[in-house]
Design a binder for this molecule. Structure first.
Ligand code: NAP
Length: 310
């Protein structure tokens, strides 16, 4: 870590990447995992946490995931040189407003939210001139299981982390954010918030919407329960993500609605095409469509193991 260490000396000097105090706001799957990974990597001398429910804070402290619990987000952030927000995307703006006064001039602030344009806008509104210190991030790591109990230090190992810098971010802050994610095992890609949201609408948000709607459609049929008893690996693979957290996904559809609806239109065109071939009995055309999809799926080299979602 020595080569990563910078200086605290003045306000324009970006933070070091071995930090004195890491503050994690939101101690669920992502926040808890980052705390564990940061400890494992020796990234911070102390880890202070804050979470909405006192029971979560207590559990994080008892499990040694954090060193200290704070009674407010502001108290956790005050004096920290690295602040990570790991809360639902709709909570990021309000939380940044709460901590604004406590964000030191040398602190680096990051999030892990699944959508980025809205988060960047919320940060600009909430932090004002301190938004230069906020570097939006999205680790492509997680699972359909939310909550601190699923946190693990290896969550980010080998996983892509997308950083979507804002124009006001000094390059050095983006470099330090990159080093931090690499230190916890991530592989960093940099793109604009808009490109991020368009891409993840296609490869993450739409598939979740489809999985939720599909399971909803099956479950509400009169014989749906008995059909589900017969379901096998195909159903399991296609629907695993339908067990994801409802609040988190409502937030994502809300904050990236335009891009998701655009992808939904493209999907509806495709499914209408498949349906038309079936209705018209054009089985060879249908087979050709399936063949193209099958080949695309075979050509796709998964960047990470199958237990990843977002
Ligand atoms: P999670 O396990 O449900 O954790 C979220 C935590 O945030 C909960 O522990 C909750 O606290 C806390 N929280 C909620 N509102 C808060 C507030 N206003 N102030 C302080 N704490 C608050 O969710 P997660 O899966 O870690 O997701 C966190 C973020 O990561 C989301 O923005 C999500 O989009 C993003 N993300 C998730 C995944 C994934 O696969 N799950 C992957 C990549 C990115 P209490 O427990 O104290 O009530």
């Amino acid at each position: 870590m020595d080569t990563l260490i910078g200086s605290y000396a003045d306000s324009d000097t970006p933070p070091p990447t071995q930090f004195k105090r890491l503050a994690i706001l939101g101690l669920g799957l992502l926040g808890g995992s980052f705390a564990l990974a940061a400890k494992h990597a020796g990234l911070a001398q102390e880890v202070v946490g804050y979470s909405k429910s006192p029971s979560t804070l207590k559990a994080a402290k008892a499990a040694g995931i954090i060193d200290h619990g704070a009674d407010s987000a502001l108290h956790a952030a005050t004096g920290a040189d690295l602040i990570l927000l790991a809360v639902p995307v709709s909570a990021i703006g309000p939380l940044l407003k709460q901590i604004r006064l406590g964000v030191a001039q040398y602190a680096l602030v990051m999030d892990v939210g699944s959508t980025k344009s809205d988060v960047a806008t919320a940060a600009q509104e909430a932090l004002g001139d301190k938004s230069r210190q906020f570097v939006p991030c999205h680790p492509i790591a997680g699972s359909e299981n939310s909550g601190l109990q699923y946190a693990r230090s290896a969550l980010f190992d080998g996983r892509r982390v997308v950083i979507t810098p804002m124009v006001e971010n000094p390059d050095r802050f983006v470099e330090v954010a990159t080093q931090i994610w690499e230190a916890v095992g991530g592989v960093v890609s940099v793109m604009s918030p808009q490109d991020h949201d368009a891409a993840f609408a296609a490869v993450s948000h739409l598939p979740h919407l489809l999985a939720f709607a599909y399971v909803y459609a099956i479950a509400r049929q009169s014989k749906g329960g008995s059909y589900l008893q017969l379901a096998g690996p195909g159903f399991r693979d296609f629907t695993r993500i339908a067990a994801s957290d409802p609040t988190m996904w409502r937030d994502i559809f809300q904050t990236n609605g335009t891009e998701v609806l655009e992808q939904l239109q493209l999907f509806k065109q495709a499914i209408a095409g498949f349906e038309a071939q079936m209705r018209q009995g054009n089985w060879s055309v249908l087979e050709s469509l399936i063949r193209q999809a099958s080949q695309s799926r075979k050509d796709w080299a998964s960047p990470s193991p199958a237990d990843d979602i977002v």
